[in-house]
Design a protein around this ligand. Structure first.
Ligand code: ACM
Ligand code: ZN
Length: 783
């Protein structure tokens, strides 16, 4: 107590006399030890440390080293408040010396770093290597070195080390999809900051899509005026694009940080943004129904693609490439090439004429023809073509680099043919738009499961590649597809820390990788991300057999919690918000009365995962009804209308009555391609379910509502209708219970409810799996 008072007194005095207040300095747990990500190839720890003070200065040799020193001096000034001088000259005691030495004998991105109480010396093989040496030096300092404002309470110590470092793979990338959802210039820059910090050197920028065209092309203004905008399922307009000036700004920001941006202009498929703007680019000027094209407002793949027969389409593509290529200084240009349905080409006279004239075998060879022509367009700009692995179809264009996404097979075939390859297999965990926890409590994702450790363990060279072809594997990339990334916070949540795992997977040699130690170092990296306000994923406490925020019980129940990777769980029983110092969960919690238990996971920094509030309700078993004439099925009433949720058809009068045999038939039509191809409907189905034994049952559905015994148990209004997140439980007596299921045909968040399976599933609290329910009709017996 005395000490605290003294500190306060000193701080006040400091303010009064205008000098720096004395603040007690600490070394938080997460700042202890060596915390470099990706871990260096060779690192020897020595004793002691270098202390960064206001007297530290950079000694640099040459202009490139000076530019790098100035970049980091500006950054260090923000967090330390120190203005470090940058002077030309060779190393001297107490300084941070930076130089480039092309005879270092390392790969281009390699560097050496020696730090001790006497000073720091960083030598880069190139400027890029020197920049990475400085990034490593920052990671030897406390995480707070990344702070945007002055931090006074840490020791600016960098451990004494001797490092020799270079990457295993030269291509270490992340795909950012700004088409499904857009990012502002500042949001793009924040991702670039993070990529650069962890030595990710490629940003693959997915700029054109069925769902929107996002880059200004001066010769074709409608691409952005029209092609960048879509009308969402709720009728609102969604849009966004980058002017060429903004593109230059982002590219130059990335260049300063040694991140090369690779633009992707998709062809010949995924082109509805462009086709809506210029319908003559498609085989037909109108949709098959005779409508005007519109930018796609549901996810998935559009059947209408660029016509490969019309010469004017190739003129358009060449013009676009002529404007885009000069904006990007890197050697690569991505032309997409994936998921191009051939339906329209098969019946298009122009496409068929092209096939005949060029002596092509089929539409797959026509796809290959398009890619080869794109390659010629790029050659004019000195660019190398990258395409998704479908560019193997009908023959690979000479010198094309293949991005293997449908597993590793495309990559293996291409490398064995002598083509360069970038590995991005979803099956290897590199589609990091996939889940990293229980879908029942995670924000909705496209599908699947790609946990941190799977990304970390990924190694880009499959055994099936011949030893003399393995050098064709340039590296790997995580893809952050953005269908379900509704804002940048969710995008960051999906991107980090998995991108850091990829960074180590492709930079560090296998014998230096250690997931446990990586997990420890992550605790420091998280605090660095905090300085940028990045919303990274922290595993939430989950219940076994499907997390649920409403748990009914009869006498008592237990709350059992786990996390997808080891992390402290904290909770409160009094309804208050948990903090990192709340009671730690160590064993299942017994619940005997109505209660809300709030749970969260806590990092060593004190930061919490999202807080879950789990309601426990003591219930009597709800009585069953007796039925006669029981048979499978449900009675339905159907109303056609533009409804978004159940409350929208409260006063509808156009109901048609009917029956369905199975609950899956509650979805009246299957959606084939576009949402406007059939009438939109709401269906209300009523009947009974049979509960096999007394007990508490959990229910799950993606339908809009599920009612049982007259109570609305699940209300999914406004939710994206997949991976139910509103499960609930109820205590029920064995026997029949009246139910009502409500389906509303609408698009929420780009997902049409017509794509779901209509199921309602149930799980007895003591069983592990949700199972389909038998729905029946019958006459209740009045006792
Ligand atoms: C892809 O995921 N369609 C490349
Ligand atoms: Zn055509």
């Amino acid at each position: 107590m005395k000490k605290t008072l003294l500190s306060v007194a000193m701080a006040v005095t400091g303010l009064l006399v205008g000098c720096t207040p004395q603040v007690e300095k600490t070394t938080p747990e997460y700042d202890k030890g060596i915390n470099i990500i990706p871990t260096p190839k060779e690192l020897v720890e020595a004793t002691g440390h270098y202390e960064l003070t206001e007297k530290s200065k950079f000694m640099v040799e040459g202009d490139e080293a000076k530019t790098i020193a100035e970049f980091f001096a500006a950054k260090i000034k923000k967090s330390t408040g120190y203005t470090l001088a940058v002077e030309q000259g060779s190393k001297s005691s107490g300084t941070i010396s930076l130089r480039i030495d092309p005879s270092l004998g390392l790969k281009d991105e390699g560097y050496t770093l020696k730090s001790s109480a006497e000073g720091v010396e960083i030598v880069g093989q190139t400027a890029h290597g020197l920049f990475y040496g400085m990034q490593t030096f920052l990671q030897l300092l406390p995480a707070e070195i990344e702070s945007p404002k002055v931090v006074n309470n840490v020791h600016w110590y960098a451990s004494a080390v001797d490092i020799k470092d270079e990457p295993e793979f030269g291509y270490r990338g992340m795909l950012i999809d700004v088409c499904r959802h857009f990012l502002t210039v500042d949001e793009m820059k924040r991702h670039i900051d993070v990529l650069s910090m962890f030595k990710i050197n490629r940003l693959h920028w997915h700029l054109t899509e069925d769902q929107g065209w996002r880059i200004e092309i001066k010769k074709y203004p409608r691409l952005t005026e029209v092609g960048s905008k879509r009308i969402e399922g709720d009728g609102t307009e969604y849009g966004g694009f980058y002017t060429q000036e903004e593109v230059k700004e982002i590219v130059s920001y990335a260049q300063e940080r040694f991140v090369t941006i690779i633009p992707e202009i998709e062809l010949p498929g995924h082109a509805m943004g462009a086709i809506t703007a210029y319908p003559e680019l498609a085989c037909n000027p109108k949709t098959q129904k005779g409508n005007d094209y519109s930018v796609r407002n549901i996810w998935g793949v559009e059947v209408d693609v660029y016509c490969a027969g019309k010469e004017s389409v190739f003129d358009f593509l060449a013009d676009v490439i002529d404007e885009v290529a000069p904006l990007f200084p890197g050697e690569y240009f991505h032309i997409g090439g994936d998921e191009c349905p051939k339906d329209r080409w098969k019946v298009c006279p122009n496409c068929q004429k092209r096939i005949k004239e060029e002596g092509l075998k089929d539409e797959h060879e026509l796809q290959s023809y398009v890619i080869r022509r794109a390659q010629k367009m790029l050659e004019k700009h000195g660019k190398r073509l990258i395409g998704w692995d479908e560019i193997l179809e009908g023959g690979l264009a000479p010198s094309a680099t293949v991005m293997s996404w449908r597993g590793e097979e495309g990559g293996i075939t291409s490398a064995n043919m002598g083509h360069d390859v970038i590995m991005t297999p979803g099956s290897g965990g590199l589609y990091i738009d996939h889940y990293q926890g229980d879908p029942k409590i995670e924000p909705v994702a496209i599908c699947c499961y790609a946990p941190l450790q799977q990304v970390y363990n990924y190694h880009p060279i499959p055994e099936a590649i011949a030893p003399d072809k393995r050098h064709h594997i340039l590296g790997a990339q995580v893809n952050v597809w953005a269908e379900y990334l509704y804002d940048n916070a969710i995008r960051e949540y999906r991107s980090y820390p998995r991108t850091l795992a990829l960074a180590e997977a492709v930079w560090s040699p296998n014998d230096r990788k250690n997931y446990e130690d990586f997990s420890r170092r992550l605790n420091n990296a998280y605090v660095r991300l905090d300085q940028y306000g990045v919303n990274y994923h922290i595993p939430q406490p989950e219940q076994p057999n499907g997390s649920c925020n409403f748990v009914a019980f009869v006498d008592s129940t237990k709350l059992e919690l786990t996390t997808t990777r080891p992390i402290k769980i904290v909770y409160t029983l009094d309804g208050s918000e948990p903090t990192a110092s709340s009671t730690e969960y160590t064993a299942p919690i017994l619940v005997t009365e109505n209660k809300v238990i709030k749970v969260a996971s806590a990092l060593p920094s004190g930061k919490l995962s999202p807080i879950r509030a789990i309601t426990f309700e003591k219930q009597a078993l709800s009585p069953a009804v007796e039925l006669t004439g029981v048979k499978d099925g449900l009675r339905t009433k159907t109303s056609v209308g533009d409804y978004m949720q159940a409350s929208d058809f409260a006063s509808a009068t156009n109901w048609t009555e009917g029956t369905i045999e199975k609950i899956s038939q509650i979805i009246p039509d299957r959606l084939v391609n576009n949402f406007d191809e059939f009438a939109r409907k709401a269906v209300v189905a009523e009947g009974y379910i049979e509960v096999p034994e007394d007990g508490v049952y959990f229910f799950s559905t993606n339908n809009d509502e599920f009612w049982i015994d007259g109570e609305k148990l699940i209300d999914n209004a406004g939710e994206v209708k997949k991976f139910s997140r509103k499960d609930k439980s109820r205590a029920l007596k064995a026997g029949f219970h009246p139910v009502k299921v409500v389906f509303v045909g609408a698009i929420h968040g780009g997902f049409p409810s017509y794509w779901d399976d209509g199921r309602v599933t149930m799980r007895l609290s003591t069983s592990k799996e949700f199972k389909d329910i038998r729905f029946v009709m019958g006459q209740p017996v009045n006792n």
